[in-house]
Design a protein around this ligand. Structure first.
Ligand SMILES: [Zn+2]
Ligand SMILES: [Zn+2]
Length: 253
């Protein structure tokens, strides 16, 4: 419990949100009931993710990569907060489709509060997060200069938004650094099989800085097969990073 003091109070509700509610009425992502983003009934279907080794997918109590799976270029661990299903899946899909930032923010706060309340499970990750030498980066969603929407507006990067919230969590704010660049357009990973996914993300990212931090947290919204995160970790480690933990809101089970 000692670690709680290292984090700012994460408040669910802030003064003044009523004003926001007038402009952005909240509906439950699960059942569309008005009032909150996740209602009490749908909350029952939130499933905490059993942490796994990010390489083989076998259970790992704290999310650390198995010694047998660990190489110089692999992720050192992974924390995903929820199973990517039910109300969480609906929430993440609709936040992405509608660029609903307020809802995204609430979901991220909720995820972070979860991991602080469950310190024993997340202890390795939290210790890493509190390490002053650790910096935070994210998986870029789009190829630079190629907006994917009709209006030619560069979209916000959801992984970056999650990274910013995470960086803001310890008392001493961390910097979010943009280290990766997407250099190849990729197809939607969820439309592909395992083999196609590996091919799809192979060499899709490049490290855009020469000097890299020694320790990093790599953030994305969802961990599906992990092909994207493993590819990014590989590139970062080949660029000189010694230790990389992954963090996602949810993981496909
Ligand atoms: Zn509901
Ligand atoms: Zn493993």
């Amino acid at each position: 419990m000692v670690m709680i003091s290292a984090f700012k109070n994460i408040r669910w509700e802030k003064v003044g949100e009523e004003i926001l509610d007038i402009f952005f009425p909240r509906f439950c992502f699960g059942c569309k009931k008005e009032g909150v983003y996740i209602c009490k009934d749908c909350e029952l279907f939130l499933t905490e993710n059993n942490l796994v080794c990010p390489i083989c997918g076998e259970p790992s109590y704290s999310g650390k990569t198995d010694p047998d799976c660990s190489t110089k270029y692999t992720l050192d661990g992974l924390v995903s907060v929820w199973d990517y299903e039910a109300v969480i899946k609906k929430a993440i899909v609709s936040i992405k489709a509608e660029n609903h930032y307020h809802a995204a923010e609430k979901l991220i706060e909720r995820a972070l509060a979860n991991i602080i309340l469950e310190q024993s499970r997340f202890v390795d990750f939290l210790e890493f997060l509190l390490d002053e030498g650790v910096e935070i980066t994210f998986v870029p969603a789009h190829k630079k200069g190629k907006p994917s929407n009709l209006y030619q507006i560069e979209e916000k990067n959801h992984a970056e938004e999650i990274a910013k919230k995470l960086a803001n969590m310890p008392k001493k704010n961390k910097e979010v650094v943009s280290l990766l660049e997407k250099v190849k357009e990729t197809k939607k990973q969820s439309d592909l099989n395992r083999e196609e996914r590996l091919k799809n993300v192979k060499d899709a990212f490049e490290v855009k800085r020469e000097k890299l931090p020694e320790k990093l947290i790599l953030v994305d919204d969802v961990f599906t097969t992990g092909a994207t995160m493993r590819e990014c970790a590989n590139k970062l480690k080949r660029g000189g990073v010694k230790k990389v933990w992954g963090f996602t809101l949810a993981r496909t089970v």
